[in-house]
Write a protein that binds this ligand. Structure first.
Ligand SMILES: O=C(O)CCC(=O)C(=O)O
Length: 254
């Protein structure tokens, strides 16, 4: 039975309701597909919904950025909103297929990392497994909530804000022997943007903790170099652009 024929015999999910993607009626038709084909299947079959979701996420990202700028200082949401006007977004649909038998408590679905975005807006289905790393180094479960999305600060905003907003370390663990689906929307500066924290974001009496850098160079560092591999070396924007580890650690502990 081919997947598209199967789908046409099922009812279409309501527009904008991503939780329906994991509805057993739909998933049961496609779970014999390899994960990469499953994702392609979802992206193509639900392309209208994926597009609508993407544009809603762009609107929401702009609102969140405005709120974050305001938190950095009164009036900064007007002064610096333009810095984010060329941001672009992309969606990643993650499908996690656990091993048949989960013997230990935590099977890692996605290793600890920080995102290379300004912000990331994440939808996770009801299975759970997303965890954030606390300042103390503990893993904290982010329990699924169908009325909530998770917002992560990414590395680019951490650098732009001189470390005042912190990129969150997170990971996914698989605790149940069932498929898990998540949709991550990454809102990023344009590739050619030079990131340099503005003086009034750095704040009087404070030092800049990052050298200016071009966004694309950072992405290439993370994606193409051994020392940029967060999973192996633990390096993110601190390892790439911090002026000195000491400055950076002082600032990050506040
Ligand atoms: O699947 C999740 O809940 C997290 C996904 C994520 O961190 C990522 O795609 O970078």
């Amino acid at each position: 039975m081919n997947a598209s024929t199967s789908l046409s015999s099922s009812s279409e999910p309501a527009s904008g309701d991503l939780s329906k993607l994991t509805d057993s009626r739909h998933i049961c038709y496609v779970d014999s597909l390899e994960p990469r084909f499953l994702l392609l299947y979802i992206a193509l079959s639900y392309s209208h919904m994926v597009q609508e979701y993407g544009s809603k996420m762009m609107e929401l990202s702009n609102k969140i950025v405005a709120v974050l700028l305001k938190c950095l200082g009164d009036g900064l949401e007007f002064k610096y909103f333009g810095d984010f006007s060329l941001c672009h977004g992309y969606l990643r649909i993650n499908n996690y297929t656990p091993p048949e038998h989960i013997e230990t408590e935590d099977v890692e679905g996605l290793g600890m990392h920080t995102d290379m975005s300004c912000i990331t807006i994440l939808y996770q289905d009801a299975i759970g497994g997303l965890q954030m790393r606390s300042k103390e180094g503990d893993w904290v479960d982010l329990l699924p909530n169908e009325d909530a999305l998770v917002v992560n600060i990414g590395d680019l905003l951490q650098a732009w804000s001189n470390g005042r907003l912190r990129s969150s370390k997170h990971r996914v663990v698989l605790k149940q022997p069932v498929n898990r689906l998540s949709v991550a929307f990454f809102w990023c500066f344009e590739d050619e943007k030079v990131i340099l924290a503005p003086e009034d974001v750095v704040g009087e009496g404070n030092h800049r903790i990052y050298k200016p850098f071009v966004c694309l160079d950072y992405i290439k560092f993370r994606e193409n170099t051994e020392e940029g591999r967060f999973d192996r070396v633990g390096n993110n924007v601190n390892g790439f652009a911090a002026i000195s580890a000491l400055n950076c650690d002082e600032n990050m502990s506040t």
